[in-house]
Design a binder for this molecule. Structure first.
Ligand code: NI
Length: 226
């Protein structure tokens, strides 16, 4: 399931974040695994940067307050978000699959189930720089407004095509979901969405809605790993 969300950041947050990103130092990206490193050509913020710490807090706060994102991903663990920048000189990230197991700052590990990109440049600021993801329905081309997020299964082949004009900034994340299986995650997301709409229309106290919400929660109980 590839799913996108508009306005995950408010316009004030986006403006503040972009000011910091344009003001900070960037270095050649080195965070990929050995195979992905061969095809990775972009810029990143160094791990010891103070700006990086502040930006990470801002992104995590935005994710946590957005129930649709939480419902689609059901995050159990998340690697601190990183930022990347593609310019005409450091322009692309060739086809790869994100590495399966990644270390966390506390020394434990995370299995990557869901990868996500938060777009921080608007589509008219650059040419190229499309995120192409191959999923069960073929190749999808994604280029979203700044402040929007796309999430996709980490096991999907994907790439960022060469930037031929301008500057493409983004934030990328890897998450382990409570629900490992992509199809189960999709079913739960669809059910939760339908329940949310029903609740908005009918109120919280319909007995059938209470039962169905219970069923949703019991499916989460049955399928979740933590
Ligand atoms: Ni990737």
């Amino acid at each position: 399931m590839i799913v996108s969300f508009d306005n995950v950041l408010t316009s004030e947050e986006l403006a503040a974040m972009r000011r910091q990103l344009l003001d900070t130092d960037w270095e050649r990206g080195i965070s990929a695994g050995p195979q992905a490193r061969l095809v990775k050509k972009n810029l990143q913020i160094p791990e010891n940067s103070d700006v990086l710490r502040d930006l990470r807090i801002l992104v995590m706060r935005a994710l946590n307050r957005t129930p649709e994102v939480m419902s689609a991903i059901m995050p159990f663990k998340i690697i601190p978000p990183n930022f990347n920048r593609y310019t005409v000189d450091d322009s692309h990230y060739g086809r790869h699959i994100d590495s399966t197991v990644r270390p966390l700052p506390d020394g434990s590990y995370l299995r990557t189930d869901v990868s996500a990109t938060l777009f921080l440049s608007d589509p008219d600021e650059y040419d190229g720089g499309e995120l192409k993801i191959t999923d069960t329905f073929g190749e999808q081309t994604i280029k979203l407004p700044a402040g929007s997020l796309v999430a996709y299964p980490s096991g999907s082949l994907h790439e960022v095509t060469p930037v031929t004009r301008g500057d493409r900034m983004g934030c990328y994340m890897f998450m382990q979901s409570l629900i490992r299986d992509t199809e189960k995650r999709r079913l739960l997301y669809e059910m939760d969405n339908a329940l949310r709409r029903l609740r908005a229309r009918q109120g919280e106290d319909q007995p059938e809605l209470v039962e169905l919400t219970g069923t949703y929660n019991n499916l989460v109980r049955l399928w979740s790993e933590c």
